[in-house]
Design a protein around this ligand. Structure first.
Ligand code: SAM
Length: 260
């Protein structure tokens, strides 16, 4: 597996990080007995669809020496941020939020891979968040905090609005709903990673005006296939280019019922 990390994400986990990922798997299986955290429990499927899939979306933000996919992108693009856990910045103040984290994906693998990021796990289900808090303590992940709330409410709270450098969101809703949850939470120049499966140029065209309305722009779209089952994946990288108008996010349930 280490060879696959290295080849596909150019990330080399330390033995401590490998142990944390292994322990994460065991703890999620234990938690699954009481909570409906995931249907993916077979080890290689868990590795591919939860661990690898979580990390491929943030690989462009990894430290230079840790790898990442930077040179696979057009170097003239402004997509890659001048911050993250790279040099010359303030990595310990790099704030990340995983919106609708569920069983902790992609936020927990991100917190393991990037221990200098401050990762907030947000979910509307109290039981899941209580479990994740215990899990983070067991794994000694001091860079994780948890939050029980709806994304629509959190986006209107002064302590969270425009407070994050990076927002991650996987399997929570349509792309425009995810954009409405994520963009209000970002600082100017912050980025959101929308994890998608299949994705088309038509969908990009339809999403662009919604993202613009929220003060964002589509910075890059990365296509890849998963390393074992060759499933198609896309990551949409949104950049916040202007303040999000105060009416967004709209009230609870409205983004999903009346998507932009
Ligand atoms: N992100 C995880 C993953 O990819 O495995 C979990 C995905 S699960 C299908 C969706 C999660 O989003 C659920 O745990 C649900 O409680 C949470 N969720 C849905 N809408 C939400 C909202 N508006 N605010 C906060 N959490 C939300």
């Amino acid at each position: 597996m280490i060879a696959v990390w290295q080849k596909t994400l150019r990330w080399q986990p330390t033995s401590h990080q490998q142990q944390q990922l292994q322990r994460l798997y065991e703890l999620i299986l234990e938690g699954n007995r009481q909570l409906n955290l995931t249907r993916i429990t077979e080890p290689s499927e868990f590795w591919e669809k939860h661990l690898w899939d979580s990390l491929r979306g943030i690989a462009p933000f990894f430290k230079e020496e840790g790898g990442g996919m930077k040179d696979e992108f057009d170097s003239s693009s402004s997509f890659i941020p001048p911050y993250g856990s790279g040099e010359g910045v303030h990595p310990s103040s790099f704030r990340v939020i995983d919106i609708g984290t569920g069983g902790g994906f992609p936020g927990i693998p991100a917190a393991i891979a990037c221990p200098d990021w401050q990762v907030t796990l947000l979910d509307s289900t109290q039981k899941k968040v209580t479990f994740l808090q215990t899990l983070a303590t067991t794994l000694e992940l001091e860079n994780i905090t948890t939050l029980v709330d709806r994304a629509e409410q959190v986006g209107q709270l002064p302590e969270h609005r425009e407070a994050y450098d990076l927002a991650l969101i996987r399997a929570v809703g349509s792309a425009s709903v995810c954009a409405e949850y994520a963009l209000p939470l970002l600082k100017l120049e912050g980025q959101a990673v929308l994890y998608r499966g299949q994705w088309t140029a038509e969908e990009t065209g339809a999403l662009r005006p919604a993202v613009a309305q929220l003060g964002g722009a589509i910075a890059a779209i990365e296509e890849c296939s998963t390393p074992v089952s060759q499933g198609m994946r896309h990551c949409l990288y949104l950049r916040k280019v202007a303040p999000t108008p105060s009416e967004f996010p709209r009230a609870i349930g409205v983004p999903a019922k009346q998507p932009l």
